[in-house]
Design a protein around this ligand. Structure first.
Ligand code: GLY
Ligand code: MN
Ligand code: MN
Length: 454
């Protein structure tokens, strides 16, 4: 059923190489002090009920620095005479556990195939980490992720050992490495870009399949099944976030995820869905008429949002501020709503803090995208807007939402329950914006040509 989509996605790109992981580690270490102990943690497995766990996903920082995906991992690094020595704590080999839950690389497999110097069984975490802790003067760790590590760090900081008193040994402060790691993650390498492009290509095909399978009477959940089935068929780990599949008034709820309604003739459906491929997210939204033909009113709103999106994408250029796309989108949206009589204010008023634009457009136009769908990276370092650089990836996702169910505003009847968002994933390059998700149709003509054709 999905062979054509898979073919359109194209061959799988290379995974991140161990050389690249080591280069990432070195870039981080170059910002540390010789007496630092770096500890990178991952969440514990979480129980769904009894002995059933939620699918495990490690922390993005763990995946970024060494690619280790299994639970109970802790990555550490300390400096030994100028060299940074890395140690990964891993689940040990355990035949019984492996019979039930799957093979484990164990200590030997980890050290052989992963970009680390040493591997140690997680069972020895307490002893080994405590030994490392007493030798450092600063602990570089993000607290609040692994309660066991937090406890060991806390103990060590509080301890009043003889060595500390006599020789001044032992950690005296904790710093969070997130800012340093986030800055690295914000700028994508060529290998990361290819993974993100692949992720976006899969998500684009999923939207194309959903459009083709949309007809009055189809269930939101059925389109969800098609989208998420294709994600799996294309060898992703699944959705990067819960799919938003909203028809009619559900399209006016920004993060609607119930997806249990039937799509009716005359409604618009909004689908916001993306996958995670080898650790990298895509995030695409498209909106289309359930019956395959935009009504006049729907087309008016759609075209305003599309014009806003194109104006915003055009702002995704090296040297522009991160909020230039947002400002451009808001301006085009406000102009459009004034033109069609929804806003009875002048442009500057409509855009201002008391302006009416926010009644119909109440979110930002984008966010960083990478290993996390809402990816890391401070937008206003030192309280100045960040400037776009090559290799950053940002979503561009303006929308207009006319929820007739809302008691707080009076919805114009002509546009009742029209919800439109158009979202693409944009890479900043020296040659201008590169839309990673541009396989996904978005002009009115291209969408109408596709909806309901399956
Ligand atoms: N999919 C969530 C968002 O677009 O931010
Ligand atoms: Mn988004
Ligand atoms: Mn989205």
């Amino acid at each position: 059923m999905w062979g054509e989509s898979l073919e359109a996605v194209g061959p799988e790109p290379a995974k991140i190489s161990n050389e690249e992981f080591i280069a990432r580690q070195q870039r981080l270490f170059s910002q540390l002090r010789p007496n630092d102990l770096l500890i990178v943690t991952a969440p514990h497995e979480s129980t769904r009920s009894n002995d059933v766990h939620y699918p495990y996903r490690s922390s993005s920082d763990m995946l970024y620095l060494c690619g280790w995906q299994d639970p109970e991992a802790v990555f550490t690094a300390y400096n030994d005479d100028g060299n940074w020595i890395t140690t990964l704590f891993v689940q040990p080999k355990d035949i019984l556990q492996e019979i039930w839950e799957g093979r484990r690389p164990g200590v030997e497999g980890a050290v052989k195939d992963w970009p680390i110097d040493n591997a140690v069984s997680h069972e020895d975490l307490e002893d080994s980490l405590s030994e490392m802790l007493v030798k450092c003067s600063r602990i570089v760790v993000k607290l609040g992720v692994d309660s066991v590590v937090d406890g060991l760090v806390d103990n060590e900081i509080k301890s009043n050992s003889r060595d500390r008193q006599k020789f001044g040994l032992g950690p005296v402060s904790i710093i969070d490495p997130s800012r340093m790691i986030n800055e690295l993650r914000l700028r994508k390498s060529n290998a990361e870009i290819e993974l993100m492009r692949h992720s976006a290509k899969i998500a684009a095909q999923a939207h194309i399949q959903a459009m083709a399978n949309t007809k009055p009477g189809v269930g939101e959940w059925q389109l969800e099944g098609i989208i998420e089935g294709l994600f799996k068929y294309c060898k992703t780990s699944g959705s990067a976030y819960p799919s938003i599949i909203g028809s009619g008034e559900n399209a006016t709820i920004l993060h609607y995820t119930v997806n249990d309604d039937t799509c009716d003739d005359g409604e618009v459906i909004l689908i916001d869905a993306g996958c995670e491929y080898n650790g990298y997210a895509s995030d695409i939204t498209r909106s289309w008429p359930v019956n395959g033909k935009f009504s006049e009113a729907q087309a008016e709103i759609y075209q305003i949002v599309l014009d806003a999106q194109l104006a915003a994408i055009d702002q995704c250029r090296v040297g522009n501020t991160y909020d230039a796309p947002h400002n451009a989108a808001r301006r085009v949206l406000a102009e459009g709503l004034i033109r069609i009589g929804v806003i009875a204010q002048d442009l500057e008023e409509a855009l201002g803090p008391d302006g009416d634009l926010k009644n119909w457009y109440m979110h930002n136009t984008g966010h960083w995208l990478g290993m996390d769908v809402h990816d890391v990276g401070v937008y206003r370092p030192d309280d100045e807007p960040r400037l776009f650089e090559e290799g950053m990836v940002i979503t561009v996702e303006p929308g207009l939402y006319f929820g007739a169910w809302r008691p707080d505003v009076e919805c114009p009847e002509r546009y009742a329950n029209i919800g439109i968002r158009i979202e693409d994933d944009v890479l900043i390059t020296k040659d201008g914006p590169d839309v990673l998700s541009d396989d996904c149709p978005k002009t009115i003509a291209n969408i109408e040509a596709l909806v309901g054709t399956a």
